[in-house]
Design a protein around this ligand. Structure first.
Ligand SMILES: C[S@@+](CC[C@H](N)C(=O)[O-])C[C@H]1O[C@@H](n2cnc3c(N)ncnc32)[C@H](O)[C@@H]1O
Length: 256
C-alpha cells in the first residue's frame, strides 16, 4: 500500500470538471527542457501515469509525442479522451495497469508520484520503457518558499495552520526534490540524469482560487471559501509564486 495517509486520491475525480478548469498548466520551459535533453519530441512514445484530465498530456502531444495515459478516475479519463481522442487511455491505477514490455521511450508522472506504491510501479516502468529510455517526474508546488511572502500566502498559511497535522509517513515533502530523487532511484531501476526546479508566477481571480483550491485533496470546502474571501479582501486578484521540480531519470541497464 502507498504510505500516503489522510487525503483521498478519489478527490480529483469527484471534482473532475473543476479540476479540469482550475489547475494551471505546467510552465512551457519544462517541456522545452525535455525537448533540449532529447527525451521528448516528434514520435516519442510516452506513457503517462496519473494523467488527470490531461494537464501534462496536451503539451506532450503538441511536442509531437504519442501518449498512452493511465488514470483511475473515470470522469477525469473521459475529459482527457474527449479532448484528445488519439490518446489511448487505460482506466485504472498505476499499480494495476498491465503495460507492454519495452513499448515506450518515456514514462511521465506529473503531480501524481506521491500517490503511487513505488515498489510496484518502478519495476513496471522499467519493463515498459525501452533500454535507454527515461522516466520524468514533475509536480507543481502551489507556493514557493523562496519567493517574497505575499499577503495572500500569509492568509493561506493561517488557514492551514489551524488543521490537525496529518502524519505523512515516510513520504518526502513536495519540495524535497533530493529526497524524491533518492527514493525514485533507490531500487536501481532508474538513474537520475537531470534535476531542475522551475519557478513561475500566475495571477488568479477569486473564482480561479476557488476552483484551484477545491482541487487540493487536503482542503475542505470551508477552507476553500476562506481562501476565496482572502482574495476578495485583497482586491479580487492575487499573484501566486509556484515551483515545479523536475526529476529526469534514465532506465538502468540490468535491473529487473
Ligand atoms: C494531482 S492529480 C494530477 C493530474 C495531472 N497529472 C496533473 O498534472 O494535473 C493526481 C492524479 O493521480 C491520479 N492517481 C491517484 N492515485 C493513482 C494511482 N494509484 N495510479 C494512477 N493514478 C493515480 C488521480 O486520479 C489524479 O488524476
Amino acid at each position: 500500500m502507498p504510505d500516503q495517509v489522510g487525503p483521498d486520491p478519489r478527490h480529483f475525480n469527484a471534482h473532475a470538471a473543476v479540476y479540469d478548469r482550475g489547475r494551471p498548466p505546467y510552465p512551457q520551459v519544462l517541456w522545452d527542457r525535455l525537448g533540449e535533453l532529447r527525451v521528448l519530441g516528434a514520435g516519442t512514445r510516452v506513457v503517462e501515469l496519473g494523467a488527470g484530465s490531461g494537464q501534462a498530456t496536451g503539451p506532450m502531444l503538441r511536442a509531437g509525442a504519442t501518449v498512452t495515459a493511465v488514470e483511475p478516475g473515470p470522469a477525469l479519463a473521459a475529459l482527457l479522451k474527449q479532448r484528445w481522442p488519439e490518446v489511448i487511455v487505460y482506466l485504472g491505477t498505476a499499480e494495476a495497469v498491465v503495460l507492454p514490455d519495452a513499448a515506450f521511450d518515456l514514462a511521465v508522472v506529473a503531480t501524481a508520484i506521491h500517490w503511487f506504491d513505488l515498489p510496484v510501479v518502478l519495476p513496471k516502468l522499467h519493463r515498459t520503457v525501452v533500454p535507454g529510455g527515461h522516466l520524468a517526474v514533475c509536480r507543481t508546488a502551489f507556493g514557493n518558499p523562496a519567493a517574497p511572502l505575499t499577503a495572500f500566502r500569509e492568509r493561506v498559511s493561517q488557514i492551514a495552520a489551524r488543521r490537525t497535522p496529518v502524519p505523512s509517513g515516510s513520504t518526502p515533502g513536495e519540495l524535497d526534490t533530493a529526497s524524491w530523487a533518492r527514493r525514485l532511484t533507490a531500487s536501481g531501476h532508474f538513474v537520475t540524469t537531470h534535476v531542475e526546479e522551475f519557478a513561475w508566477t500566475v495571477e488568479l481571480t477569486t473564482a480561479q482560487v476557488k476552483d484551484l483550491f477545491t482541487t487540493f485533496s487536503n482542503w475542505t470546502a470551508a477552507e476553500v471559501e476562506e481562501a476565496a474571501c482572502a482574495v476578495e479582501d485583497l482586491g479580487g486578484m492575487v499573484l501566486e509564486h509556484y515551483l515545479t521540480p523536475l526529476i529526469l531519470m534514465r532506465r538502468a541497464a540490468g535491473a529487473h
